[in-house]
Design a protein around this ligand. Structure first.
Ligand code: HEC
Length: 198
Protein backbone atom coordinates (compact mmCIF):
# COMPACT_ATOMS: atom_id res chain seq x y z
CA UNK A 1 0.00 0.00 0.00
CA UNK A 2 1.48 3.21 -1.05
CA UNK A 3 1.31 6.34 0.97
CA UNK A 4 -1.21 7.70 -1.51
CA UNK A 5 -3.54 4.69 -1.12
CA UNK A 6 -3.50 4.96 2.69
CA UNK A 7 -4.59 8.54 2.46
CA UNK A 8 -7.54 7.69 0.19
CA UNK A 9 -8.84 4.89 2.43
CA UNK A 10 -8.89 7.28 5.35
CA UNK A 11 -10.77 9.76 3.25
CA UNK A 12 -13.62 7.25 2.64
CA UNK A 13 -14.39 6.87 6.34
CA UNK A 14 -17.29 8.77 7.78
CA UNK A 15 -16.45 11.53 10.20
CA UNK A 16 -17.06 10.80 13.93
CA UNK A 17 -20.69 11.53 14.91
CA UNK A 18 -21.19 14.40 17.31
CA UNK A 19 -24.24 15.64 19.20
CA UNK A 20 -26.05 18.46 17.52
CA UNK A 21 -26.89 21.54 19.49
CA UNK A 22 -30.68 20.96 19.63
CA UNK A 23 -32.43 23.54 21.88
CA UNK A 24 -35.92 22.98 23.50
CA UNK A 25 -38.54 24.15 21.01
CA UNK A 26 -39.68 27.71 21.75
CA UNK A 27 -43.32 26.59 22.01
CA UNK A 28 -42.62 24.04 24.79
CA UNK A 29 -40.49 26.56 26.64
CA UNK A 30 -43.27 29.12 26.40
CA UNK A 31 -45.82 26.71 27.89
CA UNK A 32 -43.52 25.75 30.77
CA UNK A 33 -42.66 29.35 31.57
CA UNK A 34 -46.27 30.48 31.46
CA UNK A 35 -47.43 27.57 33.68
CA UNK A 36 -44.75 28.46 36.19
CA UNK A 37 -45.70 32.11 36.11
CA UNK A 38 -49.35 31.18 36.61
CA UNK A 39 -48.46 28.92 39.57
CA UNK A 40 -46.55 31.73 41.26
CA UNK A 41 -49.37 34.16 40.59
CA UNK A 42 -51.93 31.67 41.99
CA UNK A 43 -50.00 31.06 45.19
CA UNK A 44 -49.43 34.75 45.76
CA UNK A 45 -53.02 35.82 45.09
CA UNK A 46 -54.97 32.91 46.67
CA UNK A 47 -56.69 33.79 49.92
CA UNK A 48 -56.01 31.07 52.40
CA UNK A 49 -58.66 32.29 54.80
CA UNK A 50 -61.58 31.71 52.45
CA UNK A 51 -64.92 31.04 54.08
CA UNK A 52 -64.73 27.29 54.76
CA UNK A 53 -68.42 26.86 54.05
CA UNK A 54 -67.76 27.52 50.38
CA UNK A 55 -66.01 24.23 49.84
CA UNK A 56 -65.69 22.37 53.09
CA UNK A 57 -68.82 22.49 55.22
CA UNK A 58 -66.88 22.03 58.44
CA UNK A 59 -66.42 25.13 60.56
CA UNK A 60 -63.46 25.95 62.74
CA UNK A 61 -65.55 24.99 65.78
CA UNK A 62 -66.25 21.54 64.33
CA UNK A 63 -62.61 20.93 63.58
CA UNK A 64 -61.51 22.00 67.03
CA UNK A 65 -64.22 19.93 68.67
CA UNK A 66 -66.57 21.24 71.28
CA UNK A 67 -65.05 21.88 74.66
CA UNK A 68 -66.64 19.60 77.27
CA UNK A 69 -69.89 20.85 78.73
CA UNK A 70 -69.90 23.91 76.52
CA UNK A 71 -73.57 23.71 75.72
CA UNK A 72 -73.82 27.36 76.68
CA UNK A 73 -72.65 27.99 73.13
CA UNK A 74 -75.48 25.87 71.71
CA UNK A 75 -76.09 27.14 68.21
CA UNK A 76 -79.78 27.68 67.49
CA UNK A 77 -79.36 27.64 63.73
CA UNK A 78 -77.50 24.33 63.81
CA UNK A 79 -79.97 22.79 66.24
CA UNK A 80 -82.87 23.91 64.09
CA UNK A 81 -81.25 22.42 61.00
CA UNK A 82 -80.62 19.14 62.80
CA UNK A 83 -83.94 18.73 64.63
CA UNK A 84 -86.75 20.78 63.12
CA UNK A 85 -86.06 21.48 59.48
CA UNK A 86 -87.42 18.18 58.18
CA UNK A 87 -90.94 19.15 59.26
CA UNK A 88 -91.04 22.90 59.69
CA UNK A 89 -88.79 23.55 56.66
CA UNK A 90 -85.74 25.79 56.26
CA UNK A 91 -87.91 28.86 55.80
CA UNK A 92 -90.04 28.07 58.87
CA UNK A 93 -93.16 27.99 56.74
CA UNK A 94 -93.97 24.34 57.39
CA UNK A 95 -96.06 22.38 54.91
CA UNK A 96 -99.72 23.39 54.61
CA UNK A 97 -102.01 20.73 56.03
CA UNK A 98 -99.18 18.71 57.56
CA UNK A 99 -96.65 20.79 59.47
CA UNK A 100 -97.62 24.16 60.92
CA UNK A 101 -95.53 27.26 60.19
CA UNK A 102 -93.20 28.77 62.78
CA UNK A 103 -93.03 32.01 60.80
CA UNK A 104 -95.60 34.34 62.30
CA UNK A 105 -97.02 31.60 64.55
CA UNK A 106 -98.83 32.81 67.66
CA UNK A 107 -97.28 29.88 69.58
CA UNK A 108 -93.74 30.86 68.63
CA UNK A 109 -94.26 34.57 69.30
CA UNK A 110 -96.42 34.04 72.37
CA UNK A 111 -95.79 32.87 75.94
CA UNK A 112 -92.29 31.43 76.10
CA UNK A 113 -93.31 28.99 78.84
CA UNK A 114 -95.94 27.40 76.60
CA UNK A 115 -93.43 27.34 73.78
CA UNK A 116 -90.86 25.58 75.97
CA UNK A 117 -93.51 23.01 76.86
CA UNK A 118 -94.30 22.36 73.20
CA UNK A 119 -90.69 21.36 72.64
CA UNK A 120 -90.26 19.50 75.90
CA UNK A 121 -93.23 17.17 75.49
CA UNK A 122 -94.43 17.45 71.90
CA UNK A 123 -98.03 17.98 70.76
CA UNK A 124 -100.70 15.80 69.19
CA UNK A 125 -104.36 16.39 68.44
CA UNK A 126 -106.06 19.49 67.09
CA UNK A 127 -103.79 22.52 67.13
CA UNK A 128 -104.72 25.86 65.57
CA UNK A 129 -101.90 27.87 64.05
CA UNK A 130 -102.56 31.09 62.13
CA UNK A 131 -106.23 30.19 61.76
CA UNK A 132 -105.48 26.77 60.27
CA UNK A 133 -106.11 23.53 62.07
CA UNK A 134 -103.45 20.86 62.26
CA UNK A 135 -103.77 17.37 63.56
CA UNK A 136 -100.29 15.97 63.47
CA UNK A 137 -97.68 14.81 65.92
CA UNK A 138 -94.91 17.07 67.08
CA UNK A 139 -92.22 14.91 68.73
CA UNK A 140 -90.90 15.44 72.27
CA UNK A 141 -87.38 16.81 72.71
CA UNK A 142 -87.26 16.26 76.46
CA UNK A 143 -84.66 13.53 76.28
CA UNK A 144 -82.88 14.76 73.21
CA UNK A 145 -82.02 18.40 73.92
CA UNK A 146 -80.90 19.93 77.20
CA UNK A 147 -82.18 23.24 78.62
CA UNK A 148 -79.49 25.26 76.87
CA UNK A 149 -80.17 23.65 73.54
CA UNK A 150 -83.94 24.08 73.75
CA UNK A 151 -83.44 27.72 74.75
CA UNK A 152 -81.07 28.29 71.82
CA UNK A 153 -83.45 26.62 69.35
CA UNK A 154 -86.43 28.62 70.59
CA UNK A 155 -84.47 31.88 70.58
CA UNK A 156 -83.52 31.09 67.00
CA UNK A 157 -87.10 30.45 65.80
CA UNK A 158 -88.34 33.54 67.63
CA UNK A 159 -85.85 35.78 65.83
CA UNK A 160 -85.84 34.28 62.33
CA UNK A 161 -88.30 33.64 59.50
CA UNK A 162 -89.45 37.25 59.91
CA UNK A 163 -90.17 36.72 63.62
CA UNK A 164 -88.89 39.25 66.12
CA UNK A 165 -89.66 38.07 69.64
CA UNK A 166 -87.15 38.09 72.47
CA UNK A 167 -84.87 35.18 73.36
CA UNK A 168 -85.83 32.31 75.67
CA UNK A 169 -83.47 31.62 78.57
CA UNK A 170 -82.28 28.22 79.71
CA UNK A 171 -83.68 29.05 83.18
CA UNK A 172 -87.22 29.22 81.84
CA UNK A 173 -86.80 25.91 80.05
CA UNK A 174 -85.38 24.37 83.22
CA UNK A 175 -88.21 25.56 85.41
CA UNK A 176 -90.84 24.32 82.91
CA UNK A 177 -89.02 21.00 82.68
CA UNK A 178 -89.03 20.66 86.47
CA UNK A 179 -92.70 21.59 86.76
CA UNK A 180 -93.77 18.99 84.19
CA UNK A 181 -91.45 16.18 85.28
CA UNK A 182 -94.33 13.73 85.68
CA UNK A 183 -95.60 14.12 82.13
CA UNK A 184 -94.86 11.21 79.78
CA UNK A 185 -97.27 11.98 76.95
CA UNK A 186 -97.49 14.87 74.46
CA UNK A 187 -99.83 17.80 75.08
CA UNK A 188 -103.24 17.41 73.55
CA UNK A 189 -103.30 20.34 71.11
CA UNK A 190 -105.26 23.54 71.77
CA UNK A 191 -107.05 22.03 74.79
CA UNK A 192 -103.96 21.38 76.90
CA UNK A 193 -101.87 24.28 75.69
CA UNK A 194 -104.56 26.91 76.32
CA UNK A 195 -104.71 25.70 79.95
CA UNK A 196 -100.94 26.19 80.23
CA UNK A 197 -101.16 29.89 79.50
CA UNK A 198 -100.82 31.69 82.77
C1 HEC B 1 -91.70 15.04 62.83
C2 HEC B 1 -92.02 16.37 62.44
C3 HEC B 1 -91.68 17.50 63.38
C4 HEC B 1 -90.45 17.84 63.90
C5 HEC B 1 -89.13 17.14 63.68
C6 HEC B 1 -90.66 19.04 64.66
N1 HEC B 1 -91.97 19.40 64.64
FE1 HEC B 1 -92.79 21.01 65.53
N2 HEC B 1 -94.64 20.38 64.98
C7 HEC B 1 -94.92 19.29 64.17
C8 HEC B 1 -96.35 19.13 64.05
C9 HEC B 1 -97.05 18.08 63.23
C10 HEC B 1 -96.93 20.12 64.83
C11 HEC B 1 -98.43 20.32 65.07
C12 HEC B 1 -98.89 19.34 66.14
C13 HEC B 1 -100.40 19.11 66.12
O1 HEC B 1 -101.00 19.24 65.07
O2 HEC B 1 -100.92 18.78 67.20
C14 HEC B 1 -95.84 20.91 65.38
C15 HEC B 1 -96.00 22.05 66.17
C16 HEC B 1 -94.97 22.89 66.56
C17 HEC B 1 -95.15 24.15 67.24
C18 HEC B 1 -96.46 24.81 67.61
C19 HEC B 1 -97.22 25.26 66.38
C20 HEC B 1 -96.51 26.27 65.54
O3 HEC B 1 -96.38 26.02 64.33
O4 HEC B 1 -96.03 27.28 66.05
C21 HEC B 1 -93.88 24.66 67.44
C22 HEC B 1 -93.54 25.99 68.09
C23 HEC B 1 -92.94 23.71 66.93
N3 HEC B 1 -93.61 22.62 66.40
C24 HEC B 1 -91.59 23.87 66.96
C25 HEC B 1 -90.68 22.88 66.60
C26 HEC B 1 -89.25 22.98 66.80
C27 HEC B 1 -88.52 24.20 67.34
C28 HEC B 1 -88.71 21.80 66.37
C29 HEC B 1 -87.26 21.36 66.44
C30 HEC B 1 -86.65 21.34 67.75
C31 HEC B 1 -89.79 20.98 65.88
N4 HEC B 1 -90.95 21.67 66.04
C32 HEC B 1 -89.65 19.73 65.32
C33 HEC B 1 -93.98 18.49 63.58
C34 HEC B 1 -92.62 18.49 63.87
Amino acid sequence: MTKQQKHLSRERENPDPHEKNNPIPIAVLAVVVSLFAWAVYYIVTTQHDDDPTLGDRRTLATLQGKPKGATASANGAELYAANCVACHQATGTGIPGAFPPLAGSEWVLGDEKVLANILLHGVTGKLTVKQSEYNGAMPTFKGKLDDNEIAATLSYVRSNFGNSAGPVTADIVKSERDQSKERTTPWNGDDDLSKLKH
